[in-house]
Design a protein around this ligand. Sequence first.
Ligand SMILES: Nc1ncnc2c1ncn2[C@@H]1O[C@H](COP(=O)(O)OP(=O)(O)OP(=O)(O)O)[C@@H](O)[C@H]1O
Ligand SMILES: N[C@@H](CCO)C(=O)O
Length: 332
Amino acid sequence: MAVYTHLGAEVLADLIGQYDVGKLVSAKGIAEGVSNSNWLIETTGVDGTGARFILTMYERRIDVRELPFFLGLLDHLAAKHCPVPATIHDRAGNAYRDLDGKSVALIEFLPGVSIDEPTPQQAHAVGQALAQIHTASEDFSATRANDLRPADWGKLFEQCGDDAIAAINPDLLAAIQSHLPTLIDDWPEHLPKGTIHADLFPDNVLMLNDTVSGLIDFYFACSDIAAYDLAVTHAAWCFSDDGTQFHSDISKGLIGGYLSSRSLTPAEQEALPILAKGAAMRFIATRTFDWIDTPDTALVARKDPMAFVRRLNHYDALGQNAFHIPDQTANG
Ligand SMILES: Nc1ncnc2c1ncn2[C@@H]1O[C@H](COP(=O)(O)OP(=O)(O)OP(=O)(O)O)[C@@H](O)[C@H]1O
Ligand SMILES: N[C@@H](CCO)C(=O)O
């Protein structure tokens, strides 16, 4: 369920009337997603041939003061022909509006479906699209600090408390205690930074066959290490959901796709194992926090932190061999 607020037909028609998109035809709540309320909006379109949009109401987690960064980034990337939805501005030029004390944005609808089990070709397309947004955002001037860096993972674990963490699974606490200090001490701060998506999971990618039609949900986007974004995407795409199986063909496809559009420096390549362990720890941290914070009777399904402990152990065991850097493109 992800429609937290009821919007009546008149309120919606009045809202859509603030944009040059034709008249409201229908609005359907979208079940996917947990952070915001989303509706699929159909209008008559400016020329009467019909048009579709996504209306997002920002419910929680997102600080409204950060909306200019997130929505400005979408506009910047869309203008550079990256597969991301542009925001629709109202007649006064606003990218977002206030509706009964909550912020709402109207966003371009992109076709496509999220893929659960990608093929290597699809992973290649995802890697390429990720590199494309890294390159296209090089001249995006706005910045946003990443609020989920190694020290922040530590703070989340402190808030949870060791006993509560061990109660989920003793191996969870053991993995945190054995890896977090090194990740904090050895985090490769010197690597090239830029604007990153930071949460490019399969549910945030829309695909039409082997083509990426949409990268969505940029609400963790921030200014940080570019290769960390590749590591996050690797951790998100190259394993079975529960983290028990590593798919090396997907890894090859993803990294090959990334390198086809943006090269990795030798330092970035060398840092991939620690970045990937960090990526796993970032999702262990938020999943552990959410697990403890969300009652097991809640409507929202909790995500298992152990799925990322298994990824962390895999990266720890394989080191550089978890990545597949083709020699001929390695240095651009
Ligand atoms: N621009 C878009 N075009 C087409 N469909 C979209 C678009 N944006 C969102 N969607 C659809 O809406 C669903 C929910 O969007 P999203 O994942 O951004 O939700 P959320 O609640 O904001 O995020 P989260 O997944 O972090 O809880 C997506 O799974 C997708 O089906
Ligand atoms: N994609 C994340 C949730 C958002 O941070 C996860 O699967 O844990």
